[in-house]
Every structure is written in structure tokens, then in C-alpha cells.
Design a protein around this ligand. Sequence first.
Ligand code: HGY
Ligand code: MN
Ligand code: MN
Length: 440
Amino acid sequence: MAALAVIESAILCAMIRFAFLVVLTLTLPAPPRDLRVQGQRISQHLQALSQFGKNPQGGVSRVAYSDADLAGRQYVMGLMREAQLEVTVDAVGNIVGSRAGNDPSLKPLLIGSHIDSVPEGGNYDGTTGSLSAIEVAQMLAERHVTLRHPVQVVIFQNEEGGTVGSHAIGGGLDDKLLNSVSQSGKTIRDGTRFIGGDLALLAQVQRPPGSIAGYLELHIEQGGTLEKSKINIGVVEGIVGILHSEVTIEGFANHAGTTPMDQRHDAMLSAARFVERVNQIVTSIDGRQVGTVGWLKAQPGAYNVIPGKVTLGLELRDLDEIKILAMFNRIRAEAAMIGQLNDTHFSFSDPTLIHPALTDKRFQKLIDDTAKELGLTTKVLPSGAGHDAQEIAEIGPVGMIFIPSIAGISHSPKEFSRPEDIENGANVLLQALLKLDELP
Ligand code: HGY
Ligand code: MN
Ligand code: MN
């Protein structure tokens, strides 16, 4: 009997000791290098967020300033509060989740992305980086890790409509942009109000250069390079500049049946020749530049009326701003010649230009080292897509982490990234943030 009592008390002591260790592990700050995200929780949140603006064919239409965008914003703000972030909405409508650091003299480290989508877009563009940033904050809170730097998780408004929210922080918004009409049909001005912005205080949103310690963004590649080369992590070296101009072609509307072919001022014919010429000019130059006519509207738009007017959207992108402007000037010159040939007239709106941005070399190395320490393969590559990071680069050093897009598809319901790749990217984001926190 006595031996049994001894065994029982030894087991009881072992159980108490085990319980104490468990409590201790969960309450003491975790050794940061061991910290990892919960990939499954990110996937669950992606799935939940994908319900806001869900399309029957898959993917989402959660365009900025839509009801779906508003609902998605409420959802992510709830997750940010659960992650023990102090959630505010700035005057332009960016959602900012803040957590104080141990050293209030240090400037904030920012992580984040966007949750608005293009019409009929996918479930991973922007949301992967946004929800991973929230997961990083959640994990730091759960494991009682406080950084030296203040941390801000930022969900920028209307990234797809021209990186509006991040542009407001990096460079301010002008009336021309505020009065422009967004995909939702609202002007950016009205849309900003709709999501809770306060236009009277817009000036407060802009942050001066040097006001942040750095910004890290995780994003899907939206191209096929990583998947094709079976690389886990992309270290982004730079983000392309993007020029937009609305082109108007004036012809003369007339009867499609009675107007001889040699007496027409056919705006649609000029437009067709213009689109072809844009493609020829852009592909005739060495490099990775791209040029697109993404939308076109013919008026009056009837079978039996020769289009008297066509408006279309021209977009040019490259890492080199000089090259973008040179292509734009050449396209305008050749459009005038098309007009002469067809008896139509071309005019171009003043172009909007989002500047290209190089990422910070130190951040590139830090991301590369972090990924390799996690046993992941890496590749340095440019971003052919625009991102909030290029706007935030106006006020501080930025770094971008890419994960593979399956078949390189994006801005489509078929956009997909694997859960394990998302988890890898989020762990690189977490560990890179911890490394950045060790810098002054
Ligand atoms: O258009 C872009 O490159 C980005 O997805 N907004
Ligand atoms: Mn994006
Ligand atoms: Mn996008």
C-alpha cells in the first residue's frame, strides 16, 4: 500500500510540474526566433473574408466603397481588435491597428496591405498580406511579445483604384483624384466619406518622409515566376510605375447602311488601329514594360450607327519612369497620324502616374536571410503589379515579400495561392518584422 501511495504522489507531482510548465510557456514571452503564425487561422480568415462580395463564378467583386467593401472592413477590424490592436480609421479611411512598443522614442514599423478587389477579382490579392499582418499581431499578442518599435497594421483603402489610401499617406490627395469616379460609381470623395473618412482632416493623413522606421508588405506575386521556378519566396527589388490616360477619339456618327466606306469618320476603326499600335510600340522595345487598353466605350453604341466617339483607357507600366513617359509620347504622336488617316481626332487626358519604387536593399537582404533561415528558397524579382508599398516608399524604407500565384493568374476568380505558401509568407513577415525591430 505504501509503495502505491509513493507512486501516486510521484505522478501527482509530475502532473503539477507539467501543468506549471505549460502555464509558464503560455504566459512568458516566447523566444522570438521560435515564433510561428497559425497558417490555418489565416486560411479560415481568408475564407470568411471571401464571402463579402462573393461572385457565383468564384472570386469577389469587393470594389472600394461598395457595401461589400464596407462589410469586409468591419470584419477585418473585428479581427484586429481580437489581435489586441487599437483600431482607428484615419481621415482618408485607412484602417490602422496600433500597438505600442517598449521604446516610444522609436518610429513605427508598418505592415499591411489592402482588402478591396478589382471587379470579378480573386480571393488572395491584398487579402493575403492584410490577414497575415493581422495574424502576426495576433501571434505577438498571444505569446506576449512586445517589440521595441510601435507597430501599425494598416489596411489601405482603395488600392485597386490607384493606391488611394497609401497615396494619401505618402503624397496627399488632390481634388482631381478626389473628384474622379471609382469602380463603385461613387467619386473617391464620396467613397471616402462612405467608409468613414473625414475629408476636412485629410491633411492630417499625410506623413512626412522619415516618419516611419519601415514598411513590410506580403503579397501574392500575381505572376508565374515563383511557381514556374518552384521558389517559395520572392524578394521584391522594385515596383513598377503605372501611367493611366483616358483617350477620346472623335469621329462622326452616321448611318451604317447608307454611308459609303470611303466617306466615314469611324471612331471605332481609329480605336482598333490605336490598340494595335500601342501593342506594337510597347513590344518593339527591349525590357519588361507592358501596355494595355483595358476598357473601351463606343458611342452611340448601336449596330446601325457608325461610332462617332470612342473613349478608352490606356495603361503603361515599367520600373523606369523615363521609359514610361517616352512610350506615352510616342503613342500620342502616332495616334495623331492614325487620326489624320481616318479623319478622326485623338485627345489624351493628363496622365496620372504612380511612381515606380525600389525597395530598400537592407530590407531585401533581411527578407532573403529570414526566408533562408526558415528553410525556404528565394528569388529576387520586380513587381509588375502596383502596390501600396510603392506609395509608402515616399516616407520610409519598404520591403515586399511575394509568394507564388498558381499559374500566375490574378485579378481573376481563378486566382489561387496554396495555404502552405501563405503560411510560409506570413512566417517570413513575422520573423522579418522581429529582425527589423532590432534595427535602430
Ligand atoms: O493594378 C495593380 O497592379 C494592382 O493590383 N493594383
Ligand atoms: Mn494588390
Ligand atoms: Mn490588384
